[in-house]
Design a protein around this ligand. Structure first.
Ligand SMILES: Nc1ncnc2c1ncn2[C@@H]1O[C@H](COP(=O)(O)OP(=O)(O)OP(=O)(O)O)[C@@H](O)[C@H]1O
Ligand SMILES: Cc1ncc(CO)c(N)n1
Length: 273
């Protein structure tokens, strides 16, 4: 048997199961990675939106991180919703104790449009958390905030990916094109090469948690030792399959289907260049 690979998500929750910690753990499990989690905020949300949020006390977040760091191997980390600057300061301190690839999904708003992070947190994330990442995975509005650039075309997406690497010192930036029209294309810039990953746009409103699932899948593949461009390719295949077989559940944006990849085993469903 291959040695087990352990992935950690640090994020908020989604009781309806489509996004946040719940989506991350489902993704880790589906990709045969041992999943671990640290909860930053409990978010009462479903497919239609966010009702209320309760942030974990800093001491509780610290204890959750410490029990994992002291006792468990960590082969990859992803962060999702980190709601405030003090939480980020703590996480920066703890990340220094871990030697593992770090995928940052710079979560700012839910698919429903509800804000998940305060103003001071956004600024701190850009200045202090970004430079620690192996890869940051903004969607277009997040990339616009992080770079201050306007992004309306594929050329703009490539420019933003380069800007994040060159100006903020991230190892690599993956700009996701889910919010543009046309094919669903993402660009990865790793400091040397620009890679693109494209799939057909799937005609669905069921995209709740797509970003969480994607970044968790990238972390899982990095934890297994895949080089970054290959980890992104595999993760894009996973999230595309999950969107293509997404569930008509709830009144709003339904969740993706983490089992779907099993039906697509071995099929080429994305185009890479
Ligand atoms: N309708 C779609 N059809 C195919 N792929 C899509 C579609 N919508 C998004 N994607 C892909 O899903 C992945 C996640 O991108 P997206 O831009 O939706 O992330 P996000 O906005 O961070 O997600 P979230 O809704 O969780 O905040 C990307 O690879 C994107 O290209
Ligand atoms: C907790 C959480 N993280 C991220 C997202 C973005 O989809 C969400 N809706 N909820």
């Amino acid at each position: 048997m291959k040695p087990i690979r352990c992935a950690l998500t640090i994020a908020g929750t989604d009781p309806s199961g489509g996004a946040g910690i719940q989506a991350d753990l489902k993704t880790f499990q589906e990709l045969k990675t041992y999943g671990m989690s640290v909860i930053t905020s409990v978010v009462a949300q479903n497919t239609t939106g966010v009702r209320s949020v309760e942030h974990m006390p800093l001491s509780m977040i610290e204890d959750q991180l410490d029990v994992i760091i002291e006792d468990m191997p960590i082969h990859a980390i992803k962060t999702g919703m980190i709601a405030s600057k003090p939480m980020m300061e703590l996480i920066v301190k703890k990340l220094e104790q871990v030697d593992a690839p770090y995928v940052m999904d710079p979560v700012m708003v839910a698919t429903s449009g509800d804000s998940l992070i305060d103003e001071a947190g956004r600024n701190y994330l850009r200045q202090y958390l970004l430079p620690l990442t192996t890869v940051v995975t903004p969607n277009i509005p997040e990339a616009e905030f992080l770079t201050g650039l306007s992004i309306t075309t594929e050329e703009d997406m490539k420019g933003a990916a380069k800007y994040l690497v060159q100006e903020y010192g991230v190892d690599a930036a993956l700009i996701k094109g889910g919010h543009l029209k046309g094919q669903a294309i993402d660009f990865l810039y790793d400091g040397n090469n620009m890679h693109s990953y494209a799939s057909e746009r799937i005609d669905t409103q069921n995209t709740h948690g797509t970003g969480c699932t994607y970044s968790a899948a990238i972390a899982a593949y990095l934890g297994k030792g895949y080089p970054l461009p290959e980890a992104v390719k595999q993760a894009k295949t996973f999230v595309t399959a999950a969107i293509s077989k997404s569930f008509e559940l709830g009144e709003g944006n339904g969740p993706t289907n983490h089992w779907a990849i099993r039906e697509n085993e071995g099929k080429e469903i994305i185009h890479e260049s």
